[in-house]
Design a protein around this ligand. Sequence first.
Ligand SMILES: NC(=O)c1ccc[n+]([C@@H]2O[C@H](COP(=O)([O-])OP(=O)(O)OC[C@H]3O[C@@H](n4cnc5c(N)ncnc54)[C@H](O)[C@@H]3O)[C@@H](O)[C@H]2O)c1
Length: 266
Amino acid sequence: MADDDILVPADYAASLFDLSGRVAVVTGAGSGLGAAISIGYAQLGVTVVLADINRGGLDATLATIRDQGGEAVAVELDVTKREQCFDLAARLQADHGRVDILVNSAGSAFRSPAEDFPEDKFNFILDLNLKGTYFCCQAFGNVMLAQGKGSVINLASIGSFNAYPWASAYLASKGGVLQVTKALALEWRERGVRVNGIGPTLMESPLTKAAASRTSITADFIKARMLRPRLGLPRELIGTAVFLASDASELVTGHIVMCDDGYLTA
Ligand SMILES: NC(=O)c1ccc[n+]([C@@H]2O[C@H](COP(=O)([O-])OP(=O)(O)OC[C@H]3O[C@@H](n4cnc5c(N)ncnc54)[C@H](O)[C@@H]3O)[C@@H](O)[C@H]2O)c1
């Protein structure tokens, strides 16, 4: 009997989540969610290219992965510099021959009432969260398109869908990430590249602490609407990041998988 005639071939289910030997680029890997996803991938045999502007953070994630017996390299990358993204993509193609997974986790937030939002901060957030994500999609997406397979995972947010106060630039950037995810998924599906996002709830991470240090208006608003009073842990995104990177999600593209503990249901 040919494989195609069998409803589910032997060992099929176990193979779905197998990421061993794949190459992933994770931006923002020096902290928070990007660091956790990088460590999770490395535990499954992925070679992880850790990319960040923060040398200290990169070194810390790299040390953890190596201590745990995983494989990774750390590279300084400013995702807002388009040519740096393309240079790194060319280098990885030369060094590893492929890029299978891209996780765009580099990002930041700035809190201000909309009527006074400083222009430089607005530009900073849009440049980093939206254009930085887009540039990396272009640079590493080109490698994936050439090899006819790949999975892009963008860090979206509950703010891709719902509003909260003092975060207008962040909401604009994450709404943009949602639409970029859909746009690229549409253009790239036929050529084997899937583009999805993860939409976390409020997470325990340095970003949340930094953003909350100036004011808690935004966090208080979100916390009041959470279904239970508990922030997400970075490691709680690893399962979804593995699913979206793997063949288990072969028919999933153009979606934000919400890891929001039910936030958007209310
Ligand atoms: N923390 C949350 O509650 C939360 C919720 C939803 C979505 N997100 C999103 O998840 C992503 C990661 O958030 P986090 O909580 O891990 O933040 P974080 O601040 O802990 O980590 C962000 C990382 O991005 C890096 N970075 C900043 N500018 C960069 C640049 N120009 N080039 C490369 N790297 C750069 C930083 O050095 C840092 O290591 C962000 O896009 C954020 O918007 C976070």
